[in-house]
Write a protein that binds this ligand. Sequence first.
Ligand code: ADP
Ligand code: MG
Length: 341
Amino acid sequence: MEIVGIIHELPVELSNQIAAGEVIERPASVVKELVENSIDAQATQVLITIQQAGLKSIEVNDNGKGISADDVEVAFLPHTTSKISNDHDLFNVRTLGFRGEALASIASVSKLTVVTSQDGKSAVQAKFSGNELIKKETFARSKGTTMTVEDLFFNTPARLKYVKSLHTELNKIVDIVDRLAMGYPDISFRLIHDGKDLVWTSGNDNLQQTIAGIYGRTIASHMLDFENSDPDYEINGYFSKPDTTRSNRSYISLILNGRYIRNFQLTNAVIRGYGSKLMVARFPIAVINITMDPSLVDINVHPTKQEVRLSNEGHIGDLISDGIRERLSNQNLIPDAVKNL
Ligand code: ADP
Ligand code: MG
């Protein structure tokens, strides 16, 4: 009897949709991936315009370096990237993206239009529907890229069902834009939802003013700045005094080499820095930047890259908590950093 193999390769549209399941959970994931691409393209201005919490449309417009006409279609294939080429690069990633999966994934579950120009004169526009290129033409626009994602999950009804209320989805979008903005005070971010301005940061490279744009001037002006570095790690940021707290930990933002990360141990290190000064079940507001050699961080742990593996977590945690403790004990000796917000 002849044995016939039953294993076969999946059509590319299907494998893209499967990959999208990992990276593109909800509208906020699209916003995250597109804005990260704008940041990697060295944009100084990023405008995010969404409708119906991103389910109707998400548009991300940047003034970054653009994509060449030759590359536009390639960018939407799975595993295509301009950011890494070999294993050395993979272990020294300095960009937010490197997996080359986001655009292929997003295009496979939406109707996507890209308009992009590298020279600020001629631009190329390409339209995709569920990964299929349906139109490509050239015209003019300023330097940069605009990605428009419409009808997200139109061809994946199960995923659409999983999406929560518009309110929840919108909150997740605002949250991710807030964190990205705090990681890049030198970039101006603006988020508009159904015609209403929700987030704006000036991009003047002042972290405290960026925090003011997100949590308000009163909170930002009462925060303390701190830094604590050694030859391998540079830690700096702002944290609230013990009298300004919240009922959960989500106001503690950790930014590692420009990437917003979630990390239980380092979040606890922030809290530990306050010693007994915090009330029970109250948590501070803090933005902590950690700068370190990228080869000591494994960011290839999870597709969304928000969880990373660090080789020296305990030590980094000590630098954070010692820095905060010291600054709190000196708080009456050193004036608040900026009074002119
Ligand atoms: P990755 O970011 O991991 O490289 P993506 O699928 O997100 O993968 O993007 C694929 C490629 O498309 C990027 O490597 C980059 O070269 C290009 N690209 C995507 N978005 C932009 C943008 N806004 N500006 C310039 N180039 C972009
Ligand atoms: Mg990307």
